[in-house]
Design a protein around this ligand. Structure first.
Ligand SMILES: NC(=O)c1ccc[n+]([C@@H]2O[C@H](COP(=O)([O-])OP(=O)(O)OC[C@H]3O[C@@H](n4cnc5c(N)ncnc54)[C@H](OP(=O)(O)O)[C@@H]3O)[C@@H](O)[C@H]2O)c1
Length: 291
């Protein structure tokens, strides 16, 4: 039995999809609200309550589970306790192997978002359960807002300077996670995952200009100014600051990797910047035509 936490999220759903193609082992989807995830249920997949804030639900959900894909939670600030509750429940249930979705370049990353991943990786090490840590780079999809704002206002804005992002599609990371959790290698290890080649926001602006036929420059801003723009655009203050801080880290090379582990695991190149821009432009044109 392979279980997946956060299974109703975007990465979780993609991981389950890949797992259904990779294995005939029974799959268990742990979700916060089973009533919202019934579409995931099938002869192959059972859907059960697994709320990170409810240790009782985790203990029941992990009974009989052999391998666990722990997808990091989305509630920044609460995640160490939440992940620790999952790891404790996994230990009690006799789970043999855990795969955890961490952040690229942990434990050396200075990103504010890194701290909870560092702590979770330590909890995994302390648990004694064999585990693979997948240190995921940025999702290409994180740039959807950047592209939408650039199309509306005529410039890509950010605070990452000449820093490069080794980004890949969410589905690439999900496939890698599925292959590791369903694979034969149950050894403890950590892998840096990211797409190649890495790109700067100037590269993103150039690709967007090329594909849209418009002249869209990259305007690099101070971190605080960029965070303020994100707040004005409607992002919650803490999230805006975390994104601007991530750009600061990217400027220092912290969201870049030379590792080819992602495509080694999946067996194919990851989604590229060009693919992402093309698909985003196509979606925005469909939306424009519908408006
Ligand atoms: N590398 C990157 O660029 C990047 C970017 C964004 C996020 N991340 C990390 O990767 C994770 C997966 O990304 P994603 O795109 O799939 O995020 P997502 O779509 O927001 O999914 C997060 C999932 O976590 C679930 N969740 C939140 N709190 C929970 C709780 N207390 N108990 C059980 N489940 C809970 C949510 O459940 P509900 O469906 O009930 O809301 C949701 O299904 C994120 O949570 C975050 O840690 C990485």
């Amino acid at each position: 039995m392979i279980a997946v936490t956060g299974a109703n999220g975007q990465l979780g759903r993609l991981a389950l999809k890949h797992l259904q193609n990779l294995t005939t082992e029974p799959l268990r989807a742990l979700v916060r609200s089973p009533e919202k995830a019934q579409d995931l249920a099938s002869a192959h997949v059972s859907v059960v309550k697994g709320d990170y804030d409810d240790p009782e639900s985790l203990r029941a959900a992990l009974a009989g589970v052999d391998r666990l894909l722990l997808i990091s939670g989305s509630e920044v600030g609460k995640r160490v306790a939440q992940h620790a509750a999952v790891i404790e429940a996994a230990k009690a249930a006799g789970v043999r192997f855990i795969t955890y979705t961490s952040l690229l370049n942990v434990p050396h990353s200075s990103l504010v978002l890194a701290a909870e991943h560092v702590e979770t990786e330590q909890r995994l090490a302390d648990s004694g359960i064999a585990h693979a840590v997948l240190r995921n780079g940025w999702y290409l999809e994180n740039f959807a807002g950047t592209v939408a704002a650039a199309l509306a206002h005529g410039a890509v804005v950010g605070a990452s300077g000449n820093g490069r992002f080794s980004a890949a599609g969410r589905s690439d990371y999900a496939e890698a996670a599925a292959r590791v959790i369903a694979g034969d290698d149950l050894s403890t290890r950590a892998l840096d995952l990211g797409g190649q080649p890495a790109f700067t926001l100037a590269d993103l602006a150039a690709e967007l200009s090329r594909q849209s036929g418009r002249d869209i420059p990259f305007n690099n801003l101070p971190e605080d100014t960029y965070a303020g723009i994100l707040v004005e655009a409607g992002l919650p203050d803490g999230f805006a600051k975390a994104l601007a801080d991530a750009d600061r880290g990217a400027a220092a090379g912290e969201l870049e990797t030379a590792s080819t582990a992602l495509e080694d695991l999946t067996g194919h190149p990851a989604r590229t910047l060009g693919d992402f821009v093309a698909e985003t432009l196509a979606t925005s044109q469909v939306a424009d035509n519908a408006a």
